[in-house]
Design a protein around this ligand. Structure first.
Ligand SMILES: [Zn+2]
Length: 429
């Protein structure tokens, strides 16, 4: 007797009509027509079961602070940083924890069960760090929360930047961050990448840097990050977030850079919603899209995973914790429109992100953790198209969130009375 069997589900890899049996918090079996009973059985009716969404790039200390102390008028990255600087001195642990927990509640209903959050270490009081460490413990039963020590105002640009980042690591933050393009000069940016990779190597920690989040075709911090990764033997443990400068770089230079990124086994984290919103702001027309070169990076075998980055904070007044919204934007801004591309994008929100975060026992396979979601869609392409409702969210074999399917009632004579957007509209692939 199993604890739970989800029957007749489609899987992201294309398998259809699969039963998923769960026992003691693990996936006990995946097969068609499992001949057994369970304490609870759910008919998935051919909907898509997937491992949960994973957000490898977020700012949990800033989320839901929209409007405090004022709105971002220009909408730019730089005004966002200035605005956050105005808000920071007024932050309290209680308010930070409260906002983060509320975001995590929302995230769970969106099937988002692992998040890597950067935590600003610029204020030597480190209120943000203290609060996020508390949140990490509080959400542990349902969200795997990783924290990155992030020197928002620069590692060298502020007198206490380096010292505060190190203290955050001492307090228990487990990933080294950076922001080389925000240092005063290209040389100081390069020096910060070198120092931070050395620090990570010395402490045996992973690295995740905001790297070249600019439209500057001459910025070279991605190259430095890849080179330092190799020099310090950090292959596979380093993530480069944003890499938007690559959008604007010379094609010949990129033809040399992408193999270097591949050699360094760097995980690349574009943030499609934020990149399309914040980049190209100095352009008139034509305006650059600003997202890094996703199809080319994927083609080179580099692990690409997408982040949400911001939800209702000084940088982004939108967002809903829905990783399908992130993927939806990725499809458009990377022009990855084929069916195969959409599966790649869906994987970038799930298995690729899990790889970036180094999650263990993740995925729909026998013996792995029974963490999964059921979507109101039949396949990954439909899930992305509809930003599908997350009907069930299962953590360690237990249902922790449930949302009713989106069904429209129609009052037209001679027409159906109910419309399920995921039934009868898309071709059956
Ligand atoms: Zn960020």
């Amino acid at each position: 007797m199993f604890d739970l069997i989800l029957r007749n589900a489609n899987l992201p890899d294309g398998r259809k009509g699969q039963d998923i049996a769960i026992s003691a918090g693990k996936i006990a079996e995946i097969a068609p027509h499992i001949q057994a009973t369970a304490r609870e059985e759910i008919d998935a009716t051919g909907r898509l079961a997937s491992p949960p969404f994973v957000d490898p790039h977020f700012h949990m200390d800033a989320t839901l602070s929209l409007g405090l102390p004022r709105m971002n008028r220009s909408g730019t990255l730089l005004e966002g940083i200035a605005l956050w600087g105005e808000l920071r001195p007024t932050l309290t642990i209680d308010a930070l924890v409260d906002r983060a927990l509320r975001y995590c509640d929302l995230a769970v209903t969106q099937g988002l069960l692992a998040i890597r959050s950067h935590v600003d270490t610029s204020d030597p009081k480190l209120t943000t760090v203290e609060a996020m460490l508390e949140v990490k413990q509080k959400v542990k039963p349902y969200i795997d929360l990783q924290l990155v020590a992030f020197p928002q105002d620069g590692y060298y640009r502020t007198p206490t930047g380096a010292q505060s980042l190190t203290r955050a690591l001492d307090m228990g933050v487990d990933i080294v961050g950076g922001i080389p393009h925000f240092e005063r000069t290209m040389a100081e940016g390069q020096a910060s990448v070198e120092a931070l990779c050395r620090l990570a190597a010395d402490r045996g920690l992973p690295v995740d840097m905001h790297c070249d989040e600019t439209d500057d075709p001459n910025s070279r911090h991605v190259e430095t990050l890849a080179q330092q990764t190799i020099r310090h033997g950090l292959q596979g443990r380093v993530a480069g977030s944003h890499l938007t400068s690559m959008h604007s770089m010379d094609n010949y230079y990129v033809s040399k850079l992408i193999p270097l990124i591949a050699e360094s086994q760097m995980n690349v984290i574009p943030n499609p919603l934020i990149n399309i919103m914040l980049q190209g702001r100095h352009d008139s027309y034509p305006k650059r899209r600003g997202m890094t070169r996703v199809p080319e990076l994927m083609q080179a075998g580099i692990n690409v995973s997408f982040g949400h980055d911001c939800v209702m904070d000084p940088w982004y007044a939108m967002g809903s914790g829905d990783m399908l919204e992130v993927g939806h934007m990725a499809i458009h801004s990377a022009q990855m429109s084929s069916l195969e591309d959409k599966t790649k994008i869906f994987n970038a929100l799930t298995i690729n992100s899990a790889k970036t975060m180094g999650l263990e026992n993740y995925g729909l396979e026998k013996g792995r953790n029974a963490d999964l979601i059921l979507l109101q869609a039949r396949d990954p392409a439909e899930a992305l198209r509809l930003k599908a409702t997350k009907l069930l969210v299962i953590k360690a074999g237990k249902i922790i969130a449930r949302t009713a399917p989106r069904i429209g009632a129609l009052f037209l004579e001679g027409r159906p009375s109910e419309i399920d957007p995921a039934l009868g509209f898309a071709p059956d692939y």
